[in-house]
Design a protein around this ligand. Sequence first.
Ligand code: DGJ
Length: 725
Amino acid sequence: MPITFYEEQRIFKLDTKDSSYVISIYDEGYLLGLYYGKKIPDVPFDGHENRGLFASFSPMNEKLQDKHFSPDVQPVEYSGIGTGDFRKPAVVIRNADGNTCTDFRYVSHKIYSGKSELPGLPSTFSKEDGDCSTLEIETEDKTTGVRANLCYTVFEDHSVMARSVKIVNGSGKNVDIEKAYSASLQLPDMDFDMIHLYGNWYEERMYARTALDHGTFSISSSRGASSHFHNPAAILARKNATEDTGEAYGVNLVYSGSFDISADCDYYETTRLNIGIDPDTFKWHLTPGESFRTPEALTVYSDEGIGGVSRIYHRFFRDHLIPPKFVNEKRPLLINSWEAAYMNINTDILVSFAERAKELGIEMLVMDDGWFGKRNNDLSSLGDWYVNEEKFPGGLSELIGKINDLGIKFGIWYEPEMISPISDIFEKHPDWALGVPGRDRSIARHQYVIDMTRSDVRDAIYSQMYDVLSKYNIEYLKWDFNRNITEAGSALLPYENGGEVMHRFILGTYDLLSRLRRDFPDLLIESCSGGGGRFDAGMLYYSPQIWTSDNTNPIQRIDIQFGTSLFYPASTMGAHVSMNPRDNFPTKGNVALWGTFGYELDPNLLTDEEKETVKVQIKEYHETYGLIRNGDLYRIICPWDNDYRAAWEIVSGDKNEVLFTHVTMRYFRLWKHIVKLRGLDPDKVYRDLETGKKYSGAFLMNAGLNLTDYPRGNGDSFKIHLKAE
Ligand code: DGJ
């Protein structure tokens, strides 16, 4: 069992193959997070409890035997507020008498093999007996009777812990949760940089590395979606940690709504990292006996640098988060109609795309926005999910029939969480849009947000979707989300539940996604949000791939894909070759090959030369499919370390196959021609499939490849594909 309780020392030790996590039950039941880091054998874990000196005026509890103990300076595992710990709390509960004091102490615990589900929420799962074990610690605030049950699931083979908290109102009175983080990490120093991803539409997941210092540094979203602006994940890296070396801790929230990740460094230079739902836009009312479960946070430890953290997340997401069917089965190579035709679609246009696509070897046509209601531009029709008869007289049978007859699969676009003010549905049900009485609704992209908190609204949207999806042979669904949430009010929620809309909204989204998964288990879902505005582990639980960005320019995409790869594997990154820019098809192909790979252009416009390039790309896509989907990523030259080139490498699990890709973003005279590969077997001999040259793994990793003769002009790129003999 990777989880052990040492009764005498009152210590829990949670071990993965590379890491240990230690929690102690201290005097009077204080729960202390004593250690998280490289795997250690030691028990008892002596001497880390009382971190010595008091801060100024540190409050004490007179009942404690240890007269030198103040929660103010202790690594309190899941801290409340108002009872002696003045740092940023993990949980704030407004009690029936109006105050927010809580102090959660140990009551009991259980350890079991496997993992419990998080009802209504996406979460990681066990795949076979014995692949994970769980510790649940029940804590209680004795004065109110409110309980916080802390859950830790250890995935031993992955160096991952999945954490969540269940708050139970045992107080006999109503209480309000004002803040409930999913996990709180106590680290004994602040010698860290936080690596995080910021961005915007067309520029998602840009890399940033910020030194922690005294005070609080946080990244968050209050937009009702994880958002373009920050990603709900971060790495705390030792200041000397590099891509390949040094200690790094990852945190990643399995959640697609507003979030907060904050690192609070105190006077004693310790760090508390809290990760969970954004408290600014959240409140949850609990009547007696009710409970609330936070989303799951995934923590990772690696002493193999930033790249080590990324590889752990990639493998783990493939094994324990993404629907297994889509990890294992080959997904179709698709062409999407959006950049080719926007909303100017009809049967003839789409069939012509499919005919050309067939000639090139493409396997699926996705009909994007514009097929429903009276949708000819973005002014109307979201929520009217019936076929636009002007574009598709008699429905989609003719279109899909013709496409399927070509041997091409068919996919469709939806934006289920939205409602256009100009739509039949809004005319009939204006209260189905989120809104607050007496306040104008803000508008974005000419649309409102539908009230996903209401089951009647969800039923109505789902039944429209069900009608279309069950009537036609539709094998893929792109689920879009093109604005953020404002005026978060629901017509049906009473005053005391008014603060719950943002979280209930995303639970509603998850409910619809779960229904789709249940009723159409073979349907491949790609999620999207104005490009990559909701690229998170929560969505990956339902949709194995996510549209990474509307920016398909291969040079600008380098930063976006590198940033995304910090946490998310290649198999999840929607990446297409488009006409942006018109030239440089080879580099567009090489960059898109790192993701799911597909096309987003009018294939009728391709020249004969471009068609030949596309055919080569498709051949390479098939040849490298398994390697890219399941291999380990090594970021060899990162765009955040220089501004003229980038290189990455994917190595198969058995280290027998390697694909190295290099892109010159900008010509630079002082180009270093020797590049060392990583992650190979030093004792194997690798053959370059193009040149036939042979090298040992040791040579490639230590002496390196000489790239002098490879293209290095603006926008040039090349791949080197190696196989072990
Ligand atoms: C935003 C997406 O990112 C695009 O790919 C496209 O689907 C449009 N929405 C359609 O409105």
